[in-house]
Design a protein around this ligand. Structure first.
Ligand code: GCB
Length: 606
């Protein structure tokens, strides 16, 4: 911590230092530091944190993080912010949702709170875990910088071992949501730039030896009879980790090598997980004193020609896209919100959701596992990205790795998507190919996809990326952005994909209530008509193996400001109140229920 006399000198120096942030942009908090969390006891760090927005980055320049707590009357130098007093905000939250004057704020904000510990157990290791911080988060403990994380939607851990003292410790986080060219996403998106610590923060302890990573899956060889377990451990050397799956009568030792990795394949015949029978097995792994648990489903997803098969059976993905957005809470996700989301998807007749355009709260995939929904998960390689910049690639690959490591035990997740509507350049191809390979290296049990491009002159699907992914995602807005609806039928005829196509987006804005027009663009009626026509055309294309129209709920976005939009994208089948269903809801639900009924009939007949 800074001595008092240093503060004034530091304040002057800070006025002229334009490289003040360089030492902090380390990205040292990344996938390497992630820890498998299943079943771990955690102390919640949610609740009130003192808070201050800091447009000019005065805090980093003046080193606010190094100030000691002091009563104002005892301070001997003037100060621009006291992290230990003043306004508080709840964590998790997005500052835009807390005060009108913070609504459009983009920049740094400081969060401070105490961590009180009676004593420090020297036989243990201590960590903080942040569920997500948007976008850049620099973490400090008792005035010391511990590292920085990039990426708005994936978790990260910070090790505190050896740095804590008995009694009061201070945690500080500087969270910055500035949109810059080298980030993922870049500067322009069609969703609101919610800043803040908007997912749970927790403190936890482990033994010296710990399980960092655990991946358990059905080997996708078509026999449905082999499971593979992979662990990564760290800490004092032990030779084995013990795996138990009581429901399968499995208790086995996984040998661990000197690098801390272990892998084991064994025979088992689990009941298979599917949306109709979402069977999950309780699993535990012990490594020394460290114990983690999970609930894991086993299934095989594959593509064969233009088919997508789940457990050997061809299926149609009856989906809907969804953002993480709430009129009152912003990007903060609650259990109630997630359960409503799945209930609405169920009413719609869905067996599948596209979680757009970034990793959603980890609870989403846990619930999908339990309730029986298939998921597309995605990282925000969205629109313009600085594809030629190695730093951008590092960021994207790290976010992808964090997402995969967080969710790869979730049977519900069947697709990793590596990008959305990016221009077809060589740099983009190399970038996205690299990401698709990363998916396969980290996870042999899922398909890859991306929202690909159409050659509008020739009216056919054409994207060099398509050769490097399993499913061609297609965002098409015929009847909305693309006026000539007949072109969709032409694309259908002119395209001859060798792999399945999933319509990852389609739709139209429909504004309801007094402000909504009665007819024409932005009317509920027009939107319904687009759905009718889309369904009429798409149902005839035999290589279209699923769809996730845009979108379940209306969502907030800065760039849409016409008199009907008012800062919202109104393509939701349900309005922003998450209650009022528009006419198009019924049209899609009739279609999906029909498909489900005929699949059911076929199943009964076979
Ligand atoms: C798209 C984007 C999505 C937008 C949507 C729209 O193609 O992928 O993020 O929100 O269109 O409504 O324009």
């Amino acid at each position: 911590m800074l001595e008092r006399s240093q503060l004034a000198a530091n304040a002057l120096q800070a006025l002229h230092d334009e490289d003040y942030d360089v030492p902090f942009n380390t990205q040292s908090l990344n996938h390497d530091g992630l820890i498998f969390m299943g079943g771990r006891q955690q102390t919640s760090m949610n609740g009130d944190w003192t808070f201050c927005v800091d447009l000019l980055d005065t805090g980093l320049r003046q080193k606010w993080y190094a100030m000691l707590p002091e009563a104002p009357e005892n301070r001997t130098e003037p100060w621009d912010y006291d992290p230990y007093m003043g306004e508080t905000v709840p964590v998790p939250s997005n500052w835009a949702m807390l005060k009108e004057k913070w609504y459009f704020f983009e920049g740094s904000a400081w969060y401070t709170r105490p961590l009180d510990l009676d004593e420090i157990d020297g036989t243990k290791r201590q960590f903080l875990r942040f569920g997500a911080a948007s976008y850049d988060c620099k973490v400090f403990l008792n005035g010391e910088f511990l590292g920085n994380h990039y990426g708005a939607s994936t978790p990260f851990c910070v090790e505190l071992t050896g740095r804590l003292k008995p009694g009061r410790n201070w945690i500080m986080a500087c969270v910055n949501n500035t949109r810059t060219r080298d980030r993922v996403p870049m500067r322009n998106t069609d969703w609101f730039n919610y800043g803040g610590l908007y997912r749970e923060v927790s403190f936890f302890e482990t033994s010296k030896s710990l399980i960092r990573d655990f991946f358990l899956y059905l080997v996708p060889d078509g026999t449905y009879s082999t499971l593979r377990a992979e662990v990564t451990v760290d800490g004092p050397e032990l030779e084995t980790a013990r795996l138990a799956i009581p429901g399968l009568g499995v208790t086995l030792d996984i040998p661990v090598d000197e690098t801390g990795r272990g892998k084991l394949e064994f025979s088992a015949r689990p009941d298979l997980w599917s949306p109709e029978t979402p069977t999950l097995y309780d699993v535990t792994v012990r490594f020394g004193e460290d114990l983690v648990t999970d609930r894991v489903g086993f299934r095989q997803i594959e593509r064969r020609g233009t088919d997508i098969l789940l457990n050997g059976e061809a299926l149609f993905l009856r989906g809907i896209s969804v953002h993480e957005d709430d009129a009152r809470l912003g990007k903060v996700t609650t259990e109630e919100d997630l359960r409503r989301r799945f209930a609405d998807a169920r009413d719609l007749g869905c067996n599948y959701l596209r979680l757009a355009h970034y990793p959603h709260h980890e609870r989403a995939a846990q619930l999908a596992d339990e309730l029986g929904f298939l998921l597309w998960e995605e990282i925000p390689v969205y629109w313009a990205i600085d594809f030629a910049n190695p730093a951008t690639y590092r960021d994207a690959e790290n976010q992808l790795t964090e997402l995969i490591r967080r969710d790869r035990n979730r049977a519900s997740v069947i697709i990793w998507s590596v990008g959305n509507e990016n221009p077809d350049t060589d740099a983009r191809l190399t970038f996205m190919q690299g990401l698709a390979e990363t998916c396969k290296n980290l996870d042999p049990t899922r398909l890859t996809s991306a929202a690909c491009l159409v050659n509008h002159a020739q009216n056919r699907i054409e994207d060099r990326l398509a050769d490097h992914i399993d499913i061609i995602g297609l965002n098409e807005y015929y009847g909305w952005y693309e006026e000539n609806f007949e072109d969709l039928a032409a694309i259908g005829v002119n395209s001859n994909p060798d792999r399945p196509v999933v319509i990852s987006e389609t739709g139209a804005d429909g504004v309801i209530g007094e402000k909504g027009p009665q007819k024409g663009l932005f009317s509920e009626e027009y939107m319904a008509e687009v759905y009718r026509k889309q369904i009429g055309t798409l149902r005839q294309l035999d290589y279209v193996k699923g769809m996730s129209p845009w979108i379940l709920y209306d969502f907030r976005v800065e760039r849409r400001q016409n008199i009907f939009q008012n800062g919202y994208n109104h393509k939701g089948l349900i309005a922003a109140d998450k209650q009022t269903r528009k006419k198009a809801f019924r049209i899609l639900s009739d279609f999906y229920h029909q498909i489900a009924a005929s699949e059911e009939k076929a199943r009964e007949a076979s």
